[in-house]
Design a protein around this ligand. Sequence first.
Ligand code: UDX
Length: 441
Amino acid sequence: MSLKISVIGLGYLGATHAVVMAQLGHEVIGVEPNVERLDSLRAGKLPFYEPGLQESLTDAVASGRLRFTDRHNEISAAADLHFICVGTPQLTGSQAADTRHLYSAISDLATVIQDGAVVAGKSTVPVGTAADLRAELLNKSGKKVELVWNPEFLREGHALQDSLTPDRIVVGISPETKDLGPEMVLRAAYSAQIAAQIPFLVTDLATSELVKVAANAFLATKISFINAVAEMAELTGADAGQLAEAIGFDERIGSKFLRNGIGFGGGCLPKDIHAFEAKASEIGAKGIASLLQAVDSINLERRARVIDLAKLALGELTGKRIVVLGAAFKAETDDIRESPALEVALALKSAGATVLVHDPMALDAVRLKHPGLETKDDLLEALAGAELAILATEWSLYRNLDPVAASSVVAVKNLIDGRNYLDAEKWQSAGWSVFGLGRGA
Ligand code: UDX
């Protein structure tokens, strides 16, 4: 069954969701107040890099099932389902999430929403937010409408695949919702996934909110766990990469999210664990609050370890030419939010080094946000004259880089592999001194 859907907020999450809902046959209108982003989408151009999504956007627009607006009153025309995908960034000067955009989206929606419509929140929120937003919507609109929570688990770099074939769909519904109508609307929106046997779980609102933050917290904990073990490996001469491979064969542990390195970043994991910790502290859930504090500090410590290794390689950093390979927070994205690669670059610059950053996709964003950082688009030009190269993002072009070709342009053959991504032996045979995280230096 095809639905009339609005998607409010067209960042990574919302833009992907709007495209995918149109691809699944629904009639979709996307709402975005940011003029630049809206103009780009209206011109059929994705405002960020995400593999495969530009092609899907072009197809969805051509099908006539996807259009964009900045006006809430345009979405009222009998939309069955409104997805809220606005950002919940970290509040300045606090660990907590800023939920203001959500409240303003609900206020705007309350003025135009029609009887019988369902609102599904997808943004990541502190537990308790959905129930509060539901009360606001019912009070302000005075209509017979419902608000459910439908967290999104997509990863940047895999957004299309994660949206079309998610591991599960979770829908939180208030116990005050007496009929099955809202659940049926969500089932209709995701009928293709349900037909493909993807689990569809119905919970209460609080559980659905917690599922999302707990999933991200667990992933962050897994990474910090292996990074903490990596520190042990460094002190004992063991190899954390081999160790992770060995423990990962145990199905109860699993091999995914056990890559040690300079730690996690991005627009989700860091801010989500901060917000989870803030909420847990606020309500007295001491266990998870202290666990997440440890996860966060282990994560930040890994960046400091890279600076220590740079000092080990170069001695004094002042005036030394260092090239940082990678600026995006991970490969296959141009997103530099909370990027460990950039944090390392900025810390080295503060320590007096002459830093140059290379990235195949994210340099426009770097130039905009950090105009003081030197950048180069060409990899060999970026490496020219370097006394130390630091692999900070696992782009495949770095793995494909020939160490012999790199040798001919650098001043000193020093390499720190911040992601345990390169073939260390190959680089060593080409005469490079290779410093890795998670193994004895
Ligand atoms: C994450 C969650 O995976 C996703 O489910 C949620 O919806 C949003 O947040 P994303 O931010 O796209 O997705 O990145 P993810 O792939 O989870 O990686 C997060 C960070 O962890 C990256 O900086 C990555 O480099 C790092 N990472 C990942 C590691 O350091 N080691 C690993 O083994 C895996």
